[in-house]
Design a protein around this ligand. Structure first.
Ligand SMILES: [Zn+2]
Ligand SMILES: [Zn+2]
Length: 174
């Protein structure tokens, strides 16, 4: 009985070592594939991708730890998103909605500055949406409007007179 078991020990050992080898290979392969995917999402440099994967293949666990310490902190997707955010921020800084007359902040749909009464925009005669004074066409409804170029900072004609003028234009035009 015991002899039979003893005789089979080398066989069991072979199975055990084969299983251990397979598991280790699978783990190393998995780590290498994970590393390759991870570095690809963080760097477009082919050499860096190759080196990182090789590092993990040659020194499985230590290589992975070293890779995790040295890998770029940001993924390419994160970097892209951040650049978009920065661009949006820059645009907001470049084009602040301020009154050209007094520099006070105004909302984009204000027709007049509430502080200094400068005319900022005018309402579209057809759809009533706020239009830039230089536009000759309403971008919302396509109605043609005559552009009114005003010098920055100039006080404009009193509102009532302008309303009368616009009404007159409308009557003459339509
Ligand atoms: Zn103002
Ligand atoms: Zn319109």
């Amino acid at each position: 009985m015991i002899e039979t078991i003893l005789a089979k020990i080398p066989f069991y050992l072979t199975i055990l070592s084969t299983a251990c080898g397979a598991i280790t290979a699978a783990l190393i392969g998995g780590m290498a594939i994970w590393t390759f995917r991870d570095i690809r999402s963080r760097s477009r440099d082919v050499l860096a991708q190759l080196l990182a994967t090789l590092l993990v293949l040659v020194l499985p666990i230590i290589g992975l730890i070293v890779y995790l310490m040295l890998r770029p902190r940001e993924t390419l997707a994160d970097a892209y998103e951040r650049s978009l955010e920065q661009e949006a921020l820059l645009q907001a800084i470049e084009e602040p909605e301020v009154c050209p007359g007094c520099g006070q902040r105004v909302k984009s749909d204000y027709l007049f500055c509430p502080t200094c009464h400068t005319r900022l925009k005018r309402a579209c005669p057809a759809c009533d949406r706020p239009l830039n004074l230089r536009w000759s066409l309403c971008p919302y409804c396509g109605a043609g409007v005559s552009p009114q170029v005003l010098e920055t900072g100039a006080r404009t004609i009193p509102y009532v007179r302008e309303v009368q003028e616009v009404a007159g234009e409308l009557e003459a035009g339509g």
